[in-house]
Design a protein around this ligand. Structure first.
Ligand code: CP
Length: 312
């Protein structure tokens, strides 16, 4: 089921771990070509006319779900979607059965967000349509990683040699994992920073530097990618209190006093305002958070185009 393309020959997009540097670069350059479409008066090209894109979201989403839907519509694909709470999953139907039934409706792409790591990989093995991972548990969120890297490249002109610090709950973050895989493949220097209890074991093996000092992570950084703190973790005692988290890892203007003058502040959303970022930082001059959202559509257009066999 390989696609006929010189660089891109994958049916599915499951994670950045399995992509080569060249494949990531193809996605980024294709996204660069598609970005202009969203600025047109008529935001549509006929590229995927006649194709059907189905989304299955088994976890809440605002950005990823809408962004995929808009990306598919701007490529003229037909789109439909279900969530676990409104599908027959509530009657006990398995994910595989759900997906096989969707396949029987002759669709071209299935986009899946699921709580279980590896769920998209399982579907990709059994389904004829392309499968795109829209976030699987704490494993990967490849389209978020790609739109983050696209935004860094757009703003800084390069990825190789960039100093990127990822701040927060690394252990439970699929965004962190996809960023690390992608950034390392493109030659960035990655530092991760957060409470020791929210650091994965042996994370250094991914080629990152590790620190518990926010000041150290900010010093020399070109980019801070700040993760959402998953508040449910606090209930499990993985960090003592929100107040302490804010004191040690919250980004405010004071903490940025010694940062590079052109530092980028990124966040995948949704933001816990006043916890990971103060309002003035989230909405301030260094923030490119909404540009990440804009770029998400271009990146997802590129991925839909490539997995359905688009030629570059
Ligand atoms: N960044 C992200 O995945 O946001 P959503 O959960 O709203 O899709």
């Amino acid at each position: 089921m390989a696609k006929n393309n010189t660089i891109w020959n994958k049916k599915d997009l499951l994670g950045l771990e399995e992509l080569s540097r060249e494949e990531i670069e193809v996605i980024l350059s294709t996204a660069g070509s598609f970005k202009e479409v969203s600025t047109r008066k008529v935001k549509k090209v006929p590229t995927l006319r006649g194709k059907t894109v189905v989304s299955i979201f088994c976890e809440p989403s605002t950005r990823t779900r809408l962004s995929f839907e808009l990306a598919a519509k701007r490529l003229s694909a037909d789109t439909v979607g279900i969530t676990s709470s409104t599908s027959s999953a509530v009657k006990g139907e398995t994910l595989k059965d759900t997906a096989k039934n969707i396949e029987a409706m002759n669709v071209d792409v299935v986009i899946l967000r699921h709580t279980t790591p590896g769920a998209p990989h399982l579907l990709a093995k059994t389904l004829e349509p392309s499968v795109i991972n829209a976030g699987d548990g704490a494993h990967e969120h490849p389209t978020q990683g790609l739109l983050d890297i696209f935004t860094m490249k757009e703003k800084k002109g390069k990825v190789k040699g960039l100093k990127v610090s990822i701040i927060g709950d690394i252990a439970h973050s699929r965004v962190a994992r996809s960023n690390i895989w992608g950034l390392k493949k493109l030659g960035a220097d990655v530092t991760i920073c957060g409470p020791s209890t929210l650091m994965p074991v042996e994370i250094e093996k991914m080629g990152v530097s590790v620190t518990n000092s926010l000041d150290e992570a900010i010093e020399d950084a070109d980019v801070l990618n700040v993760l959402r703190i998953q508040l449910e973790r606090q209930k499990k005692g993985l960090f003592p209190s929100i107040r302490e988290y804010i004191n040690l890892f919250g980004i405010n203007r004071q903490r940025l006093k010694h940062a590079k003058k052109d530092i980028l502040i990124m966040h995948p959303g949704p933001i816990n305002r006043g916890i990971e970022l103060t309002h003035d930082v989230a909405d301030g001059p260094y923030s490119v958070i909404l540009e990440q959202v804009t770029n998400g559509i271009a990146v997802r257009m590129a991925i839909l185009f490539l997995v359905t066999g688009g030629k570059i």
